[in-house]
Design a protein around this ligand. Structure first.
Ligand SMILES: [Zn+2]
Length: 98
C-alpha cells in the first residue's frame, strides 16, 4: 500500500519495523454497531478448548476489525474498512487560520 505522496507502508514495515514498533501510527477500528458482537466472538476464542475451532473464531472476530494507518509524511489517513477490507484514503485538510 502506497500513499499518494509516495510513502510506502509495506517498504517502511520491511525496513524499519522492530518488535513492538511500527514506523507509522496505526489504529484498530470496530464499528460501534459491532462492538458487542466483537467482544462476544473474542470471548468465545478463549472459551473453546478445541484447537480446530480457535482459528475459525479468531477469523470471525477479525472480520469485524478495520485499520487506520496515518502517513508519516503527509498525515493522510488510510482506512481499511471492517468486514469488506475496502480501502479509502483521506487527505488531511490544511489547518484553518484564525
Ligand atoms: Zn502520504
Amino acid at each position: 500500500m502506497q500513499c499518494n505522496c509516495g510513502f510506502s507502508f509495506a517498504k517502511a514495515v520491511m525496513e524499519e519495523s522492530k518488535p513492538g514498533y511500527f514506523p507509522f501510527e496505526t489504529f484498530t477500528v470496530i464499528c460501534d454497531n459491532d462492538v458487542s458482537e466483537y467482544v462476544k466472538l473474542e470471548s468465545q476464542v478463549s472459551a473453546t478448548s478445541s484447537l480446530k475451532e480457535v482459528p475459525r473464531r479468531i477469523a470471525a472476530a477479525a472480520k469485524l476489525v478495520g485499520r487506520i494507518l496515518i502517513c508519516p509524511r503527509c498525515a493522510a489517513l488510510h482506512f481499511l474498512t471492517p468486514k469488506t477490507d475496502a480501502y479509502v484514503q483521506y487527505q488531511r485538510m490544511p489547518d484553518k487560520e484564525n
